[in-house]
Design a protein around this ligand. Structure first.
Ligand code: UDP
Ligand code: MG
Length: 150
């Protein structure tokens, strides 16, 4: 089953949007595999965003991400990486359509509420980084959109 790493950034936590973001993934039909509120270190955040080291906004991004706790989650389901990104919206909230999380709740690229993995490989790297003890699978025994997940 495809998995992605979704994180509510410090501004999303401060603004009380954790439940709203969880709700959207739940109602879409994705399965919650892991969830944790945590206070990451600078080194941890630099590792998470290592592909962006050297970008002009990198120091500001790390400072923003250190401004408070974050909520990390693993969600699983069909094409969850791509659909998760669609649900988040564009990196710049001003380019995000209403109906997306950023399009409904943000206007500043430097305060864009949430993170979502951009590819299956980066999702697996991020899940290993944020949930190093592993993410156990579990069977979901409810009907989702008329389908029973195996
Ligand atoms: N970011 C920023 N200014 C920019 C581009 C990105 O502050 O010009 C921040 C923004 O918070 C973004 C994060 O850096 O979410 C990571 O950038 P990326 O290009 O990976 O965007 P994302 O995958 O989060 O949409
Ligand atoms: Mg990214």
């Amino acid at each position: 089953m495809e998995r992605t790493y979704i994180m509510v950034k410090p501004d999303g936590v401060q603004r009380g949007l954790v439940g709203e973001i969880i709700k959207r993934f739940e109602q879409r039909g994705y399965q919650l595999m892991a969830l944790e509120l945590l206070h990451p270190t600078k080194e941890h955040l630099e590792e998470h965003y290592k592909d962006l080291a050297g970008k002009p906004f990198f120091p500001g991004l790390i400072e923003y991400m250190l401004s408070g706790p974050v909520v990390g989650m693993v969600w699983a389901g069909k094409e969850v990486v791509k659909i998760g990104r669609k649900m988040l919206g564009e990196t710049n909230p001003l380019a995000s359509l209403p109906g997306s999380i950023r399009g409904d709740f943000a206007i500043d690229v430097g305060r864009n509420i949430c993170h979502g993995s951009d590819a299956v490989e980066s999702a697996e790297r991020e899940i290993a980084l944020w949930f190093p003890r592993g993410v156990p699978e579990y069977k979901r025994d409810i009907s989702v959109h008329g389908l029973i997940y195996e």
